[in-house]
Structures are given as structure tokens and as C-alpha cells.
Design a protein around this ligand. Structure first.
Ligand SMILES: *Cc1c(COP(=O)(O)O)cnc(C)c1O
Length: 407
């Protein structure tokens, strides 16, 4: 069978999987539309402020819409957050004080947070301010309940930290159901610790988000799922009002907090991006499902399988050899709308320990809701593919990547 035939057959077999995705897209679209209408989003909200950014009606309505969508008391949605890493950093520094203990219960956090926490030495890390860090690894792709309950019973803990998406690890991503179970178990023995969730890549893949199942604060990037490919940068933090206020005081300045921060012509793209996000996430998930199905048929290991319940938009292909990883990633770049003649090579990146190869032919630099594929160049040579603003562009990317692989 040639590649076109293989994809045709795949699409016929995947009808049922795609219908499940469509249902989720519909429910999340309804969530967005209801929020826009409840908050009476109006044309004047597209205006924006400069300078200090006092009285930015558009910015404020966006934050109310985010609160509705996440069922949270409060939200901070700002272009002044440079990235997901920055929003996570500001949140951690906003909430933790010297001698506080932060406990990660989902194992080692995302690579770029190692220097933020101090797992990798950095003179500006949380540890350099005497914040303590502890970690409990996952056990068989779920939480290690015995260890967690034992540790959190001792109330001397400021924060419990959970990262849902796998990052550059080989574990599975954490479903909302698993998250809900662990939060319930923690709350039976500890009502005080702040439960913080890194929600990057997980938004709108299912119909529930972390705050509504008991998390206190939750963070994600706008150049991933929620920006819908339209937000030019930024990130969000949602959760309890007292916590969001502390994060805002760290983002700007104590005493100024959320009252400042000009939206600089970003209100309309942030609203429009959120409006498109359910559908764009649906396209990304379908692209991932198709990729999983086809590459499995081509005898590569994949995670998740095409018919597994998805938690995030990330699809792993475990190549087990360096050349195939590089060829596949280069193929994705060749199929990109932007910089299609660039040929990605493994290279050093700030915040990452291994060399990374990265296909990112995107309208927005570093955007990984657009079709993108990257991975650390180390065994077992896993490609982390995500995104696809439309399913059709996702499919075209996959076709090109496979033809490169077959060369
Ligand atoms: C992408 C990602 C981050 C960091 O986001 P950037 O916007 O790239 O800084 C953090 N955590 C997880 C799980 C991610 O996937």
C-alpha cells in the first residue's frame, strides 16, 4: 500500500474516533459562546490601552471570560507573560516564600522548570531563596498514593504541584479523572496546601478543566491550545482569587497587581483565538489520532494509541533510532507554511539539557498549536508531535513526514 492509500484506509477506520472528538469540540464551543454572551463581550472590548494599562476594559472582560470557562474565581490572562514557563515561574514565585516546601507529585517537572526550581543550579532559582523542593515520582503511570498520602498528612507543605502533560518524558499524561481522584484523596488529609496544576497542552482536549475538579490554581500557555493559533503570545493563570492576586502582584509590582498591564492591541486576537480554540484543538487531536494510527501500521511504537482516550494534544512516535527521528522532524518542517526550506538540525536550546531537534514552521514563533514536532536527541529517540491548525494541514504534514521517513 502506498502512503495515500494507507491514509485513506486509516480515515475510514477512524470515523468513530473523529466523532468523539467532534462531540467534545461542540461542548467546548458552547462553553466559550456562553461565556462571551454572559460577559456581554462587545466591539469596544477590541480597543486596548498602552502605557500603564489602567482601565483596560477588553483585558478585564477576557479575564472574566476565562474565569467562566474555567469555573474559577479569578483569572490573569496577559501578554506580559512571555510563555508558559514564565507564567509558571511567576506563579511559583508569587506563592512560595523562603522555607516553604513545594512537593511535585507527578515526578520531574518540565525541562524549562529545572532552573526555575533549582533542580539544576541557578542563582535566581526558587531554591536560591531557600524554597524547598520535594518530589514523588509516578507509579505505573498513576500517582503513588501511599507515598503521597503519607507525605501530605504532615501538614508542613505549602504547595502540591502536578504537571498533566508528559513533557519530554516517557510517562503517560494525566487525565482529568486521575487528577480528580488524587485531589480528593489529598483533601481528606490536607485542606491547606495549595494544589497547583501545569495544564499546558491539555485545555479543551476533554470537557473538564482542573479548577472545577478541585485544583486551586492552574496555568497554561496561549501559544498552545487556548490561543487557537491566533494569540500572538501570552499565558493564563486561573484559580482562587487570593492566589491570583498574589501572582498578579509578582507579575507587575506589589500594590499595582492586576490593575496595570496594557493590552497593546491584543484584546481582539486573544478573544478570537479563544473562540477558535475548541475547533483548533479538535483538529490537533484528529491529526494526532491519524498520526498514531498510520505510524503504528508502519511498525513504529506510538503513544498514545489511536483509540486511547486523549489527555493532551501530544503524539509520541518512538523511533528507536536517531536517523528516523531526524528525517521525520525534517519532513514536518518541509510541509510547513512558513520556513519550509529550513532544515532543522539537532541543537542546544536555552532551558533544555539535551540537544533538541525542532520543526516549527509556524506563524507564531515557538507556537506548538500549529503543527510542530520536536524531541530531545537521546534514546529512545522519541518525536513529540503536536498541533495542526486545521486537520487538512495536519494530514499534509504527516504525508510529507512519512515520505521523508521512507527515503
Ligand atoms: C510547553 C510546556 C511548558 C512550557 O511552556 P512554554 O510556553 O514552552 O514555556 C510547561 N509545561 C508543559 C507540560 C509544557 O508542555
Amino acid at each position: 500500500m502506498n502512503v495515500d492509500e494507507l491514509i485513506n484506509v486509516a480515515e475510514k477506520s477512524l470515523k468513530e474516533e473523529y466523532e468523539k472528538v467532534d462531540e467534545i469540540v461542540f461542548l467546548n464551543s458552547k462553553k466559550i459562546l456562553d461565556a462571551f454572551q454572559k460577559e456581554n463581550v462587545s466591539e469596544y472590548h477590541f480597543n486596548s490601552t498602552t502605557g500603564y494599562g489602567y482601565n483596560d476594559a477588553g483585558r478585564d472582560v477576557i479575564e472574566r471570560v476565562y474565569s467562566d470557562v474555567f469555573k474559577s474565581e479569578s483569572a490573569l490572562v496577559r501578554g506580559q507573560f512571555i510563555s508558559g514557563t514564565h507564567a509558571l515561574t511567576v506563579t511559583l514565585f508569587g506563592l512560595l516564600r523562603p522555607n516553604d516546601i513545594m512537593l511535585s507529585i507527578s515526578g520531574l517537572p518540565y525541562d524549562t522548570l529545572h532552573e526555575v526550581i533549582g533542580i539544576k543550579q541557578n542563582p535566581s532559582s526558587l531554591m536560591s531563596f531557600n524554597v524547598k523542593y520535594e518530589q514523588i515520582d509516578l507509579l505505573n503511570n498513576d500517582f503513588d498514593y501511599d507515598k503521597i498520602i503519607n507525605r501530605v498528612k504532615d501538614k508542613n507543605l505549602k504547595m502540591i504541584y502536578i504537571q498533566r502533560s508528559k513533557g519530554y518524558s516517557t510517562r503517560k499524561s494525566i487525565s482529568i479523572e486521575k487528577l480528580e481522584n488524587v485531589i480528593k484523596a489529598i483533601r481528606k488529609v490536607n485542606n491547606d496546601a495549595i494544589i497547583m496544576v501545569d495544564n499546558c497542552y491539555c485545555e479543551f482536549v476533554t470537557t473538564k478543566e482542573p479548577i472545577e475538579i478541585g485544583a486551586d490554581i492552574c496555568v497554561g500557555s496561549l501559544i498552545k491550545n487556548l490561543g487557537g493559533g491566533i494569540a500572538p503570545n501570552g499565558a493564563y493563570v486561573v484559580g482562587k482569587k487570593n492566589l491570583i492576586d498574589l501572582v498578579a502582584e509578582r507579575l507587575t509590582a506589589p500594590g499595582e497587581g492586576r490593575e496595570v498591564g496594557p493590552s497593546l492591541n491584543m484584546n481582539k486576537p486573544l478573544l478570537q483565538g479563544l473562540f477558535f480554540a475548541p475547533s483548533v484543538v479538535g483538529s490537533a487531536v484528529k491529526t494526532a489520532i491519524l498520526t498514531s494510527y498510520v505510524l503504528e501500521k508502519l511498525n513504529y511504537d506510538v503513544e498514545p494509541k489511536y483509540n486511547e482516550k486523549r489527555v493532551d494534544i501530544v503524539q509520541n512516535i518512538i523511533f528507536n533510532n536517531k536517523e528516523d527521528l531526524i528525517k521525520y522532524v525534517q519532513g514536518i518542517q518541509m510541509a510547513s507554511p512558513i520556513d519550509s526550506c529550513a532544515i532543522p538540525q539537532p541543537s542546544d536550546m536555552p532551558g533544555y539539557d539535551d540537544q533538541i531537534i525542532m520543526a516549527a514552521g509556524a506563524f507564531t514563533q515557538g507556537s506548538s498549536i500549529e503543527l510542530s514536532c520536536d524531541g530531545p536527541v537521546r534514546p529512545p529517540y522519541i518525536a513529540y508531535q503536536q498541533g495542526g491548525l486545521t486537520y487538512e494541514y495536519g494530514k499534509l504534514g504527516l504525508l510529507k513526514a512519512i515520505s521523508e521517513l521512507k527515503k
